[in-house]
Design a protein around this ligand. Structure first.
Ligand code: UD1
Length: 418
């Protein structure tokens, strides 16, 4: 089993290039199914989740090639409508293919994605919305058997919660539906906007993306186009946390600071200086961070749940006590137990985590519990005295391209051991 071995206490300096956003690339790749022709997706990160999406597209009959950061998908040969269980298990967000496969082929067959390391993660909002569009969905023995008689029909769908995945599935299913679909209480994440920008370039008629009400006027068909994925805002925050915890100055390139507007004040409150212009962000951190008061994770534009773990790692060595309230996922503090093994003082009470900053962390062997939790342990390891070994790093590889190479490039002492 591969692991990351980190020698802590080295200052970081220099620049990191931020990759394309995983959470944008996945729905955009699913959307390429709808475009009858060839789409070129640029700035596509090299991640295991992207590789899983490519395997799904190939399984469905698409011709997919990769050259550098560009993935080219020709969906003309699409001839299947199922996703194998192994791919559904490998990547829970495979569920975002459901709307696209059913819209293109009139049916979709896959296993239920089930729970994951963040909790039960139901898909009731996805299924209820797709049924409102006219899809017949049978849930039997852990499988989803979906069929569409004729075309899906546009309607008004009010989401009980602004689920990112459900919003994406509705958009993918309704873009070629008959009539107009309105999504009320839609997710407003930048990745939703990116998906709609791609689809509109392919001939879709979507307005309101990035707002709570999205309107989709169904069109007969879509054609391929060239699109560049937005920068990954969570990767950006992760490298900012790496700079903060090590008291370093770093430049991050290819960022969109507008997408992290509610995260920047948290770093400033912690004592960091941040300057940005023209897609670059420079962060300088003090030798000891201040505590931050309370961080509440919220749907966008609130503080992102995906940034909670990396920011918790940096607060574990701040001067004072910080409080986190996790409002999105029921079980998103598994990394806290591992941070405690490195010497952090963290108490969890339901959705609340109380982090009492300590003067120093000590290297130890820790287990990556999930994608962002794993990144938090790497960040903690950069500041810990001695050697930290992070195992189960397949979680980290789902969302961070070349994390150890990037960190070595800015002065960290880190290696991957197989
Ligand atoms: C996406 C992101 C993930 C991020 C999350 C919240 C991708 C590939 N993943 O996940 O990184 O952490 O948004 O910003 O883009 N829920 C239901 N029923 C549903 C759907 C969701 O109860 O049908 C609940 C979930 O259990 C969770 C909350 O809603 O508690 C948010 O989930 P959702 O916004 O759907 O997240 P994902 O799309 O799964």
């Amino acid at each position: 089993m591969a692991k990351l071995v980190i020698e802590g206490k080295h200052k970081l300096s220099g620049a990191v290039n931020i990759h394309g956003a995983k959470n944008s690339a996945l729905p955009v790749l699913a959307a390429t199914l709808l475009a009858k022709g060839t789409s070129e997706i640029h700035n596509c990160p090299m991640l295991s989740d992207v590789a899983a999406s490519v395997r799904i597209l190939r399984h469905l009959g698409c011709n997919v090639t990769r050259s550098g950061d560009c993935v080219t998908v020709d969906s003309l040969g699409l001839n299947r409508s199922d996703i194998p269980d192994t791919l559904m298990r490998e990547m829970r967000s495979s569920i975002v293919f459901l709307g696209a496969i059913a819209a293109r082929t009139g049916e979709a067959h896959m296993s239920f994605p089930g729970g994951c390391e963040l909790g039960t993660r139901p898909i009731d909002l996805h299924l209820s919305a797709l049924r409102q569009l006219g899809m017949e969905i049978l849930e039997e023995g852990g499988r989803l058997e979906c069929s569409v008689k004729g075309r899906l029909r546009g309607t008004t769908i009010a989401l009980a919660f602004p689920s990112v995945g459900a919003t994406e599935n509705i958009i993918l299913a309704s873009v070629t539906a008959e009539g107009t679909t309105s999504i009320l209480n839609a997710a407003r994440e930048p990745e939703i906007v990116d998906l709609c920008n791609y689809l509109n370039k392919c001939g879709a008629r979507i307005s309101g993306a990035g707002e709570s009400a999205i309107t989709i006027e169904g069109v007969d068909s879509l054609y391929g186009c060239s699109h560049s994925v937005i920068p990954d805002r969570i990767e950006t925050v992760t490298y900012m946390a790496a700079a903060a915890i090590t008291g370093s100055t770093l430049t991050l390139k290819n960022v969109n600071t507008g997408h992290i507007a509610t995260v920047l004040p948290v770093f400033r409150e912690a004592g960091c200086t941040i300057a940005s212009s023209g897609g670059e962000l420079k962060i300088s951190a003090p030798n000891r961070l201040n505590r931050i008061h309370t961080i509440r994770t919220m749907p966008y534009p609130g503080f992102p749940t995906d940034a909670q773990a990396p920011v918790m790692a940096m607060m574990s060595v701040a001067d004072g006590t910080s409080v986190f309230i996790e409002n999105i996922f029921e079980s998103r503090y598994k990394h806290a137990g591992e941070l405690i093994r490195l010497g952090a003082k963290i108490k969890i009470e339901g959705r609340v985590a109380i982090v009492e900053g300590v003067k120093r962390l000590y290297g130890s062997e820790v287990v990556s519990t999930d994608l962002r939790g794993g990144a938090a342990l790497v960040i903690a390891g950069l500041a810990a005295e001695g050697i930290t070994e992070v195992t189960q790093i397949h979680h980290i590889d789902r969302g961070y391209e070349k994390i150890e190479e990037n960190l070595r490039g800015i002065g960290a002492v880190i290696k991957r051991v197989d």
